[in-house]
Ligand binder design. Structure first.
Ligand code: PEP
Ligand code: MG
Length: 754
């Protein structure tokens, strides 16, 4: 059963269109399960009816013709109840409805299971048989398993070119794709689809002008791969068991074969660029291998994929330099990494849209640092078909339009204009103080990490840096930076802001932040070796960093240190011990270093129960609300599938913050919030009410938050908090705070326009 399932799912994922996928499913299932009929009905969202989309067994003319409501027939009943229906004699059932076009009168046994994605019924998968009998439980569970796996693929196909009534190639144009707001603002521009290197299955199509040159480029890549494979064989043939070197022989054979090479060059001739032509060919070959009964041959599908990856890597290496970015580039991909962002000339990048990620993923944080709108977690986006299309990305609502209709585009152009006006108005606040209307000063600090952030942070009027993420300078190198190298980077930041304080966080890698030269392979990286856990295990790395920071601050005196990912008090003790040691040793070496203030990040829930002993140990606390929310709610901050559950306005997070403020107050230790919450106008209003002492956020949010601070009194914020504390649901809380902002005329901070 598992084998059947695996091969069906692989084939469906490799199918070129939804139509093809549906036909494949019904044919494979009918044969594998030896039933008389297998059919798929999908919901037509316009009419709300179920439409027969594919069938192997019913009369072909009924496909696309038979339609029924949720309150009609057995298929409707399955959809209505959202549960399987297993009948030995369907015509006996009171809900049975007969469609003459189908030839259904011949069938008795009926098994229908719903296809459900994100709690929504997308369709029904049906098996039928002449004989009267009830399907075995393992057939039912197999069908349920297949339906669950297909649901994602169908939802994706629907949104990206799938079902519009009965047309299977729905135009993408004009329908908004839905994702999560990543960074505020509206971007209108051209999509440039990028993919992780050598991700052969997600390479987009792209038209090619010079067919001959493209074919040559491809053949050259193949030649290079052949050479590499031969060199590999020479290298390891002595050490390798015969079976494994046979694998390389098979590679060489495939690279010489006319089918693979010929198919790709043919597709290039038809107008697709080499990587796109390669993707189509490789997927077709994978499909062919997957269809084979012999398990050994089926395994060869993996070899084809690997070979495809190698050729692609060659093509990409030759391509990377020549990439042309249009003036208004919106970077689009499954995942947008820091290096992809870095490849686009800053003046050309206007937006980011990705399938994965969410508001607090590091891609979003980078986009906000760069001040460009971002929509993430658009899991229905057809990356392969979107290149070069005109896109509108609304970083407030999380909507993405492809080739939007004229009126929508006009409206967004208007909103963009309003955004520009709003930004200009906000600029007027730059030199104003961040005080509430009843005179409470709430210092606003910037979050930085890249040297290029310094300028915008200073321009935003930040009173200092509340979080300098030191991992960014570590991420863009190919080895750990040395003490002097680090000192110079830190010095630039400290000098740029002096005398304003700069809070430097010690290295916080692990989780979703990997160093290319220090790979960590773990099942649960967010619960694993991360932040202070790594640096305490590697005092040599920690001490070099601390020494570099202390030396960088000589004569400036504006350095503060922040310890990330603290879950246990002993970690604070050990870290402080090491910092003191570094300080002491540097003094002995004759450096005029000063002992900085030391703070701890509150981002692991265990600390909520130890706030007082923690506060006794440090000079300040800084709440990392991104991780605190993730750990408190047990919701991966990067996982689009559970992103609905991730909300820093969850009552539990608010209670936690209250506890932190109260505990710290007893020891007169100030509390700051440096997670993305601080830059979210609705949340910032709440933090004001909670009595948080300062806020740190990306420079692009700073003036917006200053506007919030200056528009409310602490008393008003406290009374809003009082109301919020009685609420039980994050959505209700957000709606309430949004209304409060709108009432003060600050709606433009939370949606497009003014
Ligand atoms: C946080 O967790 O809120 C935080 C500020 O740190 P990072 O986003 O870098 O994990
Ligand atoms: Mg964190």
């Amino acid at each position: 059963m598992l084998d059947i399932l695996r091969s069906i799912v692989t084939e469906v994922n490799a199918a070129r269109s939804l139509d093809q996928a549906l036909v494949l499913i019904v044919e494979r299932m009918k044969t594998a399960l030896m039933v008389d009929v297998c059919s798929i009905y999908l919901v037509d969202h316009d009419s709300g009816e179920l439409v027969l989309m594919a069938s192997d067994g019913l009369l072909p003319e009924s496909v696309g013709y038979v339609r029924l409501g949720f309150d009609e027939g057995l298929v409707g009943l399955v959809a209505q109840r959202a549960e399987p229906l297993n009948l030995d004699n369907a015509p006996d059932h009171p809900r049975y409805r007969y469609f003459s076009e189908t030839g259904e009168e011949w069938y008795h046994a009926f098994l229908g299971v719903p296809i459900i994605h994100h709690r929504k019924v997308l369709g029904v998968l049906v098996l039928q048989q002449h004989a009267e009998h009830r399907y075995d439980e393992d057939i039912v569970t197999l069908l349920v398993t297949i339906a669950a796996q297909l649901a994602g693929a169908i939802a994706h196909a629907e949104a990206s070119g799938g079902i519009d009534g009965l047309q299977t190639q729905r135009n993408l144009d004009g329908y908004p794709l839905r994702g999560l707001p990543g960074a505020p603002g509206v971007a209108i521009g051209r999509a440039v689809a990028v993919s992780a290197h050598a991700d052969v299955e997600n390479i987009p199509d792209r038209p090619v002008d010079d067919v001959v040159a493209e074919q040559d480029r491809f053949l050259e890549a193949v030649r290079q791969v052949k050479q590499d494979v031969r060199a590999m064989v020479d290298n390891i043939s002595d050490a390798l068991p015969a079976a494994d070197s046979a694998l390389f022989d098979a590679y060489l054979l495939m690279l010489d074969s006319d089918t693979l090479i010929g198919d790709v060059t043919e597709r290039i001739r038809a107008g697709n660029w080499a990587p796109g032509a390669l993707r189509e060919t490789i997927l077709e070959h994978i499909r062919a291998f997957n269809e084979m009964d012999d398990p050994y041959l089926r395994e060869r599908a993996e070899d084809v994929r690997d070979l495809g990856r190698r050729i692609l890597l060659q093509l990409q290496q030759k391509n990377a330099k020549g990439m042309d970015y249009p003036k208004n580039t919106i970077l689009v991909g499954e995942e947008i990494t820091a290096s992809m962002l870095a490849e686009v000339p800053a003046a050309r990048l206007v937006g980011v849209v990705s399938v994965r990620g969410s508001r607090t993923s590091h891609t979003a944080i980078l986009a906000r640092a760069l001040g460009i709108p971002a929509v993430l977690g658009v899991d229905d986006m057809p990356v392969g078909r979107i290149n070069d299309r005109e896109i509108i990305a609304d970083g407030y609502s999380g909507r993405v339009y492809v080739n939007a209709p004229k009126e929508i585009k006009k409206e967004y152009r208007r909103l963009q204009q309003e955004e520009r006006e709003l930004t200009a108005d906000l600029q007027g606040l730059r030199d104003e103080e961040s005080v509430t209307t009843d005179g409470v000063h709430i210092p606003l600090y910037a979050n930085t990490g890249l040297l290029s952030d310094i300028g915008p942070s200073i321009q935003s009027g930040a009173e200092g840096v509340g979080l300098y993420r030191t991992e960014f300078p570590f991420m863009v190198r190919d080895r750990f930076p040395g003490e002097e190298e680090q000192r110079q980077v830190y010095r630039q930041v400290l000098e740029a802001f002096a005398p304003r304080p700069v809070t430097m966080r010690t290295l916080d890698v692990g989780g979703d932040k990997a160093l290319p030269y220090f790979p960590i392979d773990e099942d649960n990286p967010f619960l694993g070796w991360r932040g202070i856990r790594i640096t305490l295990d590697h005092p040599e790395i920690f001490l070099v960093q601390i020494r570099a920071m202390l030396k960088a601050a000589v004569g400036l005196g504006n350095l503060q240190l922040l310890l990330p990912m603290i879950s246990t008090l002993s970690e604070v003790d050990e870290a402080i011990h090491l910092i003191r040691r570094a300080h002491h040793e540097l003094l002995e070496e004759g450096e005029a270093v000063a002992m900085p203030k030391i703070g701890a990040m509150v981002e692991v829930p265990s600390l909520l129960y130890q706030i007082e002993p923690l506060a006794r140990r440090v000079d300040f606390l800084s709440v990392g609300s991104n991780d605190l929310t993730q750990y408190l709610l047990a919701v991966d901050r990067n996982n689009a599938r559970v992103a609905e559950l991730y909300d820093s306005l969850h009552p539990a997070v608010i209670q936690a913050l209250k506890q932190v403020v109260e505990g710290a107050k007893k020891h007169r230790v100030p509390v700051s919030v440096c997670g993305e919450m601080a830059g979210d106008p609705a949340a910032a209003l709440l933090l004001l009410g909670l009595g948080i002492n300062s806020l740190s956020m990306s420079a692009s949010s700073l003036l917006r938050i200053k506007w919030v601070v200056r528009s409310f009194s602490r008393r008003h914020a406290k009374s809003l908090l009082g109301k919020v504390m009685a609420m039980e649901d994050a959505k209700e809380i957000r709606a309430y705070l949004t209304r409060a902002l709108e009432k003060k005329g600050l709606g433009g901070l939370i949606r497009a326009g003014r």
